[in-house]
Ligand binder design. Structure first.
Ligand SMILES: Nc1nc2c(c(=O)[nH]1)N[C@@H](CN(C=O)c1ccc(C(=O)N[C@@H](CCC(=O)O)C(=O)O)cc1)CN2
Length: 286
């Protein structure tokens, strides 16, 4: 039997409608409009497409857009000047620095310079630290999107064995922290390029999250029948974007979040959720 689709596109559209109602209410009661800033450096086509998508989403839910762009050869100082400017701009509720930055830039220093209260991506060291401590903070968008997608499709998480493949800061590392909170109560194995016996770890899992950036890495023979499989990998190939999960996996999995149409749209929706929540928090503190 084919896997049930974890439809991130439809779920994200539903979340945007919910957020649009909240923004309308907030703007009507306070007269403020939340604003999302984006900092985009360089000419990576994927990054340009993602940032454009984020601003289309803003327009749909009534969030103002603040777009900042720099060329590929921008200096660390130029990027940090924009960070300082957005930190100080009252029209900017929250913002993101689109990753990856060009290799000559120090992404860690840029993220650290952001005001943690305006970190719409939950990637500032203070906010990642809060996640470790279990203190409320904006959550990284892709991990939050994965948990929200599983929740809305009622995929059981409590006690589930989850195998996450990939240890990057935008997905794998924070996802392990999120899923092991008491509210989720999953048991996580975090695999990476140094993992021995990857297939064994995958086969043990009730839920598999593939975020390695290695096309077709997860094949149907590696999966426990009925497992939920979420494809987060995107690799540009001559034949178009490829995910980490081989298409044949759909015949063994119980649920499947494909690429495209699964986790990616949820990432964008969770960014808006982080901005709207920050705006609501601000409204309640003045
Ligand atoms: N500052 C950040 N940088 C990056 C993040 C992030 O969360 N914050 N994540 C990714 C890129 N990303 C958002 O920024 C992102 C990636 C993919 C999608 C998406 O909708 N993907 C589509 C497929 C699109 C394609 O073909 O490329 C899908 O899965 O349906 C949205 C957002 C790295 N950088």
């Amino acid at each position: 039997m084919a896997a049930q689709l974890l439809d991130g596109k439809a779920t994200a559209a539903a979340i945007r409608r919910e957020l649009a109602d909240r923004v309308a209410k907030l703007t009507a009661t306070t007269g403020w409009q939340p604003g999302l800033g984006t900092v985009l450096v360089g000419d990576d086509p994927g990054s340009h497409a993602y940032v454009a998508g984020k601003h289309r989403d803003c327009a749909q839910v009534g969030v103002a857009s603040l777009r900042r762009e720099l060329p590929d050869d921008a200096t660390q100082e130029q990027v940090e000047d924009i960070v300082d400017e957005l930190n100080a701009d009252p029209a900017c509720t929250g913002y993101i620095v689109q990753l990856p930055l060009p290799r000559h830039l120090d992404a860690g220093a840029v993220l650290e310079r952001m005001d943690p209260a305006k970190d719409a991506d939950g990637l500032h060291p203070v906010n990642l630290g809060r996640l470790v401590l279990g203190v409320e903070a904006p959550l990284p968008c892709t991990p939050r999107g994965i948990v929200e997608l599983l929740r809305r499709y009622e995929v059981p998480l409590a006690g589930a064995r989850v195998c996450v493949i990939g240890r990057g800061i935008t997905v794998g590392r924070p996802l392990g922290l999120l899923l092991t909170r008491r509210s989720e109560n999953a048991t996580v194995t975090l695999c990476h390029t140094g993992t021995k016996g990857l297939a064994w770890h995958v086969r043990e899992a009730d839920i598999v999250v593939a975020a390695a950036g290695s096309p077709g890495l997860i094949t149907k023979d590696m999966l426990r029948p009925g497992a939920a499989v979420l494809d987060v990998g995107i690799t540009r190939t001559d034949h178009g974007p490829a995910g980490d999960v081989h298409p044949g996996a759909a015949t063994v999995a119980g649920w499947l979040a494909p690429m495209p149409g699964g986790v990616g749209p949820m990432t964008r929706a969770m960014l808006l959720a982080n901005v709207v929540e920050a705006a609501e928090r601000n409204a309640n503190t003045v």
